[in-house]
Design a protein around this ligand. Structure first.
Ligand code: GTP
Ligand code: MG
Length: 279
């Protein structure tokens, strides 16, 4: 198969009616700002930044549409909440609306960018004032960031997107790490630990039967029977090496760089009885 194009990151754009969501997305995707009417349904706009494809899913902010927002939470990579930063009278409503959104378990941990829009207006509130008014400091279950901006002049939008892209890249790294952990590391660690424990049990049986020490391949001190505590300590130490090796293999395979297996990549010896190779 040829080069695969990664799926666009889904960015859910929410906020009260009139906050400036449509104007903001139009500015981001470099469309001319049309005459704006309240949005009536889902609007999706695509763009790309720093090689990352972005899909802005914008939902209407009028109160009658807000209960429908939750139908779009699944699979979201980032949330953008747009606030009219020049309208303190609606901050409480914005705060409670955002609180309801963040309460949904479907979006737990999804990073949040708050755009304090309309910063071109004279009565704009500063980001720290908006943090206070909207009690953003209470948000502890995800990364969040507030950026003053103006959809009309374009001010602040790039700075907000820079944070957004950094978060999305972090998310990609975390997803890779999770994939590595589940596929390679877990299997190898499980096998290695099983062999260590099997070696420990065998050793215990031999001891119970009165056989002497030093009969293993390694001989001498190395052959002394290890306690489970020793095994745990060695396992902890070696698992770091295995993790690094597994990450490397997965990275090579993902990039289709050929690599060769050698007989012993990582070797763990417990009491001279167990040899665990990374194969
Ligand atoms: P709904 O679709 O009803 O949810 O509203 P919305 O959040 O999409 O708001 P929209 O983008 O339609 O903007 C509402 C009004 O605010 C429009 O008249 C815009 O021109 C105006 N507006 C949006 N952004 C800005 C801004 O940064 N500065 C100023 N001065 N006006 C803005
Ligand atoms: Mg709109």
């Amino acid at each position: 198969m040829g080069g695969t194009q990664s799926a666009a990151k889904r960015i859910l754009v929410l906020g009260l009616d009139g906050a400036g969501k449509t104007a903001l997305v139009q500015t981001i995707v470099q469309e001319q700002i049309d005459t704006l009417f309240p949005t009536q349904g889902l609007k999706i706009n695509f763009t790309a930044r720093e090689g990352i494809r972005l899909a802005f899913w914008e939902l209407p902010g009028l109160p009658q549409f807000r209960p429908q927002w939750q139908g779009y939470y699944d699979g979201v990579d980032m949330m953008v909440f747009v606030v009219d930063g020049a309208n303190p009278k609606r901050m409480l409503e914005a705060r409670l609306t955002l609180k309801t959104v963040l309460h949904s378990p479907v979006v737990t941990g999804v990073p949040l960018l708050v755009f304090a829009n309309k910063c071109d207006r004279v009565n704009k509130r500063s980001p720290p004032q908006i943090v206070n008014l909207m009690k953003l400091g209470d948000i502890r279950d995800r990364h969040w960031y507030i950026q003053a901006c103006s959809a009309t002049t374009g001010e602040g939008i790039d700075a907000g997107l820079e944070w957004l892209l950094t978060e999305l890249k972090k998310g990609k790294l975390a997803a890779n790490a999770r994939a590595v952990t589940s596929r390679e590391v877990t299997r190898r660690h499980r096998d290695m630990l099983a062999e260590m424990v099997a070696g420990y049990n065998k050793g215990s049986e031999r001891d119970a039967a009165g056989e002497g020490e030093g009969e293993g391949e390694g001989g001498g001190e190395e052959d002394a029977l290890l306690t489970l505590r020793d095994i745990q300590l060695r396992f902890e130490k070696q698992s770091g090496v295995l993790y690094a090796a597994s990450c490397l293999i997965v990275a090579l395979e993902e990039r289709e760089i050929p690599w060769k297996k050698v007989e012993v990549g990582v070797c763990v010896r417990v009491g001279g009885r167990v040899g665990c190779a990374l194969k």
